[in-house]
Every structure is written in C-alpha cells, then in structure tokens.
Design a protein around this ligand. Structure first.
Ligand code: S3P
Length: 448
C-alpha cells in the first residue's frame, strides 16, 4: 500500500511529456499478437495494466521483445495463439478483461479470466451476453462478474448488436470476436465512444464501415469473404495519453500564474471531451504542432491559468471524457458557480464508484457538493475551494481518484494525505516524477 502526502504549492510551469496511451497500448498488443508479420510499437505504455496484457499474450505463446525505443511483437496469426497453462489474471484492467473476452471467445482452447478485487466486482455481462449471441460459450458468476470462463466452440456467427450505452470496450470485444465470425459484425451505439480499435483494424488491413444517423453510431466489420481474414502487421506509434495529460491540464488551469506545455498528446476526437469541457468552463487551451498523418492525431497542448466557471455538462461530451471526470471535478470545485453533471451513471462502475469516491473526497476537503444517482453538483468556490485542514482522502485504490486529488494541492493551504495510491502504476508509473518536475510537492508516505 502506498499513501501520498501532497503539500500546498502555488504555481507551476514547464514542458512535459506524459506516457503512452493506455487504450492504444492494450490494443497494440492484442492486434499485434494475432496479426501476420511483425508489429513495432513505439511509445508503448509500460504500466501495470498494459504489462498485464503483454504477459497474458506471452502466456499464449506470443513472442514480444523490447527493442530500445519500441517493442516488437512477432504475430502468431489469427489462429496461432496457444492455450494458456493457467488462469489469466488481468489485475486491475477492465479493458484487458472485456476486450480479451471477445478475442478468447473465438479460440480453440479454454481460458479463465480473473482480476484484482476491484475488477472482480465490475459488470462483465455487457460483453458476455452479446458474445453468447454470437455463439460463444462464455460465462460469468451469477452476479455478472468475473471469473469469466470460456470454452471453445465450432465457430462464431456475426451479429447486429444494439448497445444500450456508448462503450468502446463492448464495441471492441465484439469487433475482435467478429474477426473470427461468419458475416458482418454490426454494432449500434447511442453515441460516440473511442475508436482506437477501428483505427488499428483499418491500419491492419480490415474493412470497416462507420456511419452516424440520428445520434446512433454504427460500426460494421466487413467480412465479405473476398479478402483474407488475416490482419497484416503494421507499425504503431502510441501518442501520449490524454487521460494522463488531463491531470496536468486541470493543474495548469486551476493554479495561479501558471502555464504548461504537454507534448505529443493524442487528440483523437473521440477522446477530447476533457478539452471541450474545460474550454466551456473558460480554460485557456491551445494546440501546437498538430500532426494528423498517423493512425492517431497528436498535438502539443498548451494550457494556462484561467478563472473557470461552472457549467451544465452537455451529455454529448460524457463518453468523450469518461475517464477524465475525477480531474474535471477538481477544476469544478475551483470554478465560479455551479457545475452540474447528470447522465453519468457509468462512473459508478469504473475502477471504483467514482461519483461516490470523488464526492466523499471533495466533502472531506470542505467543498459544497451534492451527490446524484447519475452525477454530481459541485458548488464551486474560486476564493477558497479546499478550506479544510488535516484531511485524509481514500482513493480506494483507484488511480484516477488518487491523481485527481493530488492536484487539489495547487489550491489548498494545507497538506492532504491520499490513501491507497499504489494503483497509479496501472496507468501512469512516473506520475510523481513528472509532478515534481513542474513544481508540485507530492511524496509517498509510509502506509498506514
Ligand atoms: C476504454 C474505454 C472506456 C474507458 C476505459 C478504457 C477502452 O470504457 O472508461 O478506461 O480502452 O476501450 P467504456 O468503453 O466502458 O466506456
């Protein structure tokens, strides 16, 4: 267990580069593993979650080696994975568990997926139910949670599936299973979710049809029988993770007289809800060095201090900022007026119940807020957002809750203790080094 003590700091400045994107790093391993040929992945995120995925594929016979500034994946081909000798433990990673459910449902061997205490409580029927409709033999516990047990079947059949929520994890699980299915896999979503799987599948030579009508996004994986089903390996450059950059965007926005440049951040439009929301709140955010020629667009993000104001978050931005709300709530506490978020019940089933965890922490810090079933109202106080002294906040082992509360030290006059920060390593292993490099003062303390 690792706890942190965050000491008050008034301002920050500098140029930083945050580590690679977690979503893209997971997918690069999965697709590289089942491709034909060698995939070089530049900027792979060496975090616990992504290392877990890498280890899982190594346990299925895939050769993955570090080569200095890239990792080299020697693709086993679509049907080249080998039966793992043991249960696959995916630690804290919901992405690994949901996406691998789709991929493993199509293999000719049995597998069992487990995770840590948090992951074993997260809903998995959202992927296992549609996979069963494709013919998969896949089961969860009665409560819909892992262990996920998968047995081989003769073949999968493509389905047309209507998701009740916009979710890249469900969509990606079905697309990965769809690689092995007869016919076109068609997925309808009630909004936009991140499209990294689609971009990578296209780069690996698959044909996809993507369209939007009346707010419904439809993604079709075309298996027209004319092209070989094989994925052709391709180099992947992983941009810096906008979800990790989010903490620093909020930091620069709420601190006095501050400016930060965050280099090479992924600005895929399905991920930039944090920027849309912060700009609506009055933040000063600019892009420089925009590069749109790779699989994923990137830019340097320059963000300066501003007087933020409360907003009612437009629902269309929720899925585009789904992982960034813990950081956004810290900004909201420093804003003038009311910040209102509704329609965000999904936040209750992330690595923790993020609505409850953030509400509890904000109240402990002295913020005035109201917890809703599907959101939160934060009555911002720009003069003194975090008035309470000697506070201890429990991050509940959720990396993004820990990093969000670390940023409150920029607007507090007191030390803040944050408990159970060890899982920051799941997404952002050098967080403390980077925060120190721009002037923050956050230190591990002996755990209680
Ligand atoms: C992810 C998708 C999101 C996000 C998660 C990573 C992905 O979840 O919250 O951290 O890599 O596909 P949903 O797809 O369930 O919204």
């Amino acid at each position: 267990m690792t706890d942190w003590r965050a000491q008050p700091v008034k301002n920050l400045s500098g140029t930083i580069k945050v580590p690679g994107d977690k979503s893209i790093s997971h997918r690069s391993i999965m697709l590289g593993a089942i491709a034909t040929g060698q995939t070089r992945v530049y900027g792979f995120l060496e975090s616990e979650d992504c290392i877990t995925t890498r280890r899982a594929f190594a346990a299925m016979g895939v050769n993955i080696v570090n080569q200095g500034d890239y990792i080299l994946i020697k693709g086993a081909g679509l049907n080249g994975l080998q039966a793992p000798k043991a249960t696959i433990d995916l630690g804290n990673s919901g992405t690994a568990m949901r996406l691998m459910s789709g991929l493993l449902a199509a293999q000719s061997f049995s597998s069992t997926l487990i995770g840590d205490a948090s992951l074993m409580q997260r809903p998995m029927q959202r992927v296992t139910e549609p996979l069963r409709l494709m013919g998969a033999d896949i089961s969860t516990e009665k409560n819909g949670c892992a262990p996920i047990k998968i047995k081989p079947v003769r073949g999968l059949t493509a389905i047309e599936h209507r998701q009740s929520i916009a979710s890249a994890q469900i969509k990606s699980a079905l697309l990965l299973a769809g690689l092995y299915a007869q016919g076109n896999t068609i997925i309808h979503e009630p909004g936009i979710s991140r499209d990294h799987t689609e971009r990578l599948l296209s780069a690996f030579g698959k044909l996809l049809d993507r369209r939007e009508a009346q707010g419904i996004r439809t993604t079709s994986l075309i298996n027209d029988g004319k092209k070989s089903n094989a994925l052709q390996a391709s180099d992947i450059i992983v941009p810096s993770d906008i979800s990790s950059a989010a903490f620093f965007m909020v930091a620069a926005a709420i601190a006095k007289d501050s400016q930060l440049t965050i280099e090479g951040v992924g600005i895929n439009p399905t991920r930039t809800g944090i920027i849309d929301i912060l700009r609506l709140m009055g933040a000063d955010i600019r892009f420089d060095n925009i590069a749109k020629d790779g699989i994923e667009p990137t830019a340097d993000v320059i963000i300066s201090s501003s007087q933020l104001k409360g907003i009612k978050v437009p629902h269309k931005f929720i899925a585009l900022a789904i992982d960034e709300f813990p950081a956004i709530f810290i900004a909201a506490a420093c804003a003038q007026g009311d910040f209102v978020l509704t329609g965000a019940k999904e936040l209750r089933v992330k690595e923790s119940d993020r609505l409850a965890a953030m509400f509890d922490g904000l109240v402990t810090l002295g913020c005035d807020c109201e917890l809703l079933d599907d959101g939160i109202i934060i009555h911002g106080n720009p003069e003194n957002p975090f008035p309470n002294s000697a506070v201890t906040i429990d991050s509940l082992g959720d990396h993004r809750i820990a990093m969000a509360f670390a940023m409150s030290s920029l607007r507090s006059d007191h030390d803040t203790t944050i408990l159970h920060c060890e899982n920051v390593a799941t997404s952002f292993p050098n967080f403390l080094e980077l925060t120190a490099s721009i002037g923050l003062c956050i230190q591990p303390t002996p755990a209680t």
